[in-house]
Design a protein around this ligand. Structure first.
Ligand SMILES: Nc1ncnc2c1ncn2[C@@H]1O[C@H](COP(=O)(O)OP(=O)(O)OP(=O)(O)O)[C@@H](O)[C@H]1O
Length: 232
């Protein structure tokens, strides 16, 4: 779905990414972790087409949707109308049923007429995910989607994301500071180095989702990632 070949990205004289090569295949779930300021969000912006590389080449296929950290919903629209923004490109007769199905999928049917401010943080992120999955999304780009939430809510939403993706498969790229989240969700974890970032380690996980935090492969992956980041 996405191929980067020796992609370099500079902002003025600051080199953020240095000759990054990477391929994401259809249906894959890739997590990107790395030090703060390494260029994770920059990579997502390259994937979405919001920015173009300074050097190297990038190939993208299909439609991408980005889900941000928090509060990407429009505050003046109800949950239902926010989700409906994601289905604008569908034929008119398909839009209503699709929104209804998604509200149910993320457990927000009873809150369809509520405004974002009337929901908890976790509910707002669920609504955002529903909006991102509502249309003909081929690639879901998640930029620390759960980082503003408490630990228990994050755990719940990870399980919910795994379930949503099993029901509506989508190529997914997740940027996160949460190493546990990466190990629980991803088929492949890419560890970025300090800026200018390169991919310094790649880790493949094979246990099917949903995965418990205590599963051996998850625990082992967490140790490996921490070691790669120089924490252990
Ligand atoms: N629009 C911009 N103009 C200039 N420099 C930028 C711009 N966007 C990002 N940068 C710089 O690029 C570098 C990488 O930023 P980016 O947001 O991609 O990092 P990150 O890995 O996502 O960081 P964090 O983990 O802290 O969110 C930073 O040094 C940042 O200052």
């Amino acid at each position: 779905m996405i191929r980067l070949e020796r992609v370099t990205l500079r902002y003025g004289t600051t080199e953020v990414l240095s000759e990054v090569s990477l391929e994401v295949t259809k249906g894959e779930f890739v997590a990107i972790v790395g030090p703060s300021g390494a260029g994770k969000t920059t990579l997502l912006n390259l994937f979405s087409g919001a920015i173009e590389p300074s050097g190297g080449s990038i190939r993208r296929a299909g439609k991408t949707r980005m889900v941000y950290q928090a509060d990407g919903l429009l505050p003046w629209l109800t949950v239902q109308k926010n989700i409906a923004l994601g289905v604008r490109e569908l034929p008119v007769e398909e839009r209503g049923p699709r929104v209804t199905a998604l509200l149910s999928l993320v457990g927000l049917t009873e809150f369809a007429s509520h405004f974002p401010r009337q929901l908890s943080g976790g509910m707002r992120q669920r609504a955002e995910l529903a909006r991102a999955l509502a249309g003909e999304t081929d690639v879901l780009l998640l930029d620390e989607p759960f980082s503003a939430l408490d630990y228990l809510t994050r755990l719940k939403l990870r399980a919910e994301l795994a379930r949503l993706l099993s029901e509506r498969p989508c190529t997914t790229i997740l940027v996160t500071h949460d190493i546990e989240e990466a190990a629980q969700l991803a088929d492949r974890v890419l560890v970025l180095s300090e800026r200018p970032a390169t991919i310094q380690q790649e880790l493949v996980l094979t246990t099917p989702r949903p995965r418990e935090v205590t599963q051996p492969e998850v625990v082992e992956a967490i140790h490996t990632i921490l070691a790669a980041l120089g924490v252990e």
